[in-house]
Design a binder for this molecule. Structure first.
Ligand code: ZN
Length: 156
């Protein structure tokens, strides 16, 4: 094996061999679970280096951690999408003079998050002439549908 100190590392060397290589003035990324180390990189802190190592390690604990991080990230993204869709719903209600105040907004938001978290499978809310349904499609994406009924019958 050979080390190329000019370039910092030699791609042909297995990352696990770097554990015992002294790396002055840097952080050695180390998996938090199995302790496997990787080549140094431009990290701001030991914590950031370890996070990077843990996110790319393939030991079972690190893989479980990665899945959890992905799930969290996807949840955050879905909440952002949910809020954007609720913004559209707000505009939709406004155009039809349907009251969609903060209390209703918060209710639909909470239900949407419960659907994202798998606490409930789906929900349909009706208020004024609005029907809002929240559920998950077969790609695990949140789907919000809203329809306004203008009322087919006349009250006399
Ligand atoms: Zn690991």
């Amino acid at each position: 094996m050979s080390y190329n100190y000019e370039n910092g590392y030699d791609e042909n060397v297995e990352p696990k061999n770097y554990g015992s290589t002294p790396k002055p003035n840097g952080f050695t990324p180390t998996c938090r679970f199995c302790g496997q180390t990787q080549m140094q990189g431009p990290y701001d802190s030991q914590e950031q280096a370890d996070e990077s190592a843990t996110m790319s390690c393939d030991c079972p604990e690190a893989r479980a951690y990665q899945a959890e991080q992905e799930r969290k990230q996807k949840r955050e993204e879905n909440i952002v999408k949910l809020k954007s869709r609720l913004g559209e719903l707000q505009g939709y209600c406004e155009k039809r003079q349907v009251n969609f105040d903060n209390a209703r907004y918060d209710t639909v938001l909470k239900i949407g998050i419960d659907v994202l978290d798998g606490i409930i499978d789906s929900a349909t809310l009706k208020f004024a002439r609005m029907k809002v349904s929240v559920g998950i499609n077969n790609k695990s994406n949140l789907v919000i549908k809203f329809t306004y009924s203008d009322g087919a019958s006349l009250e006399v």
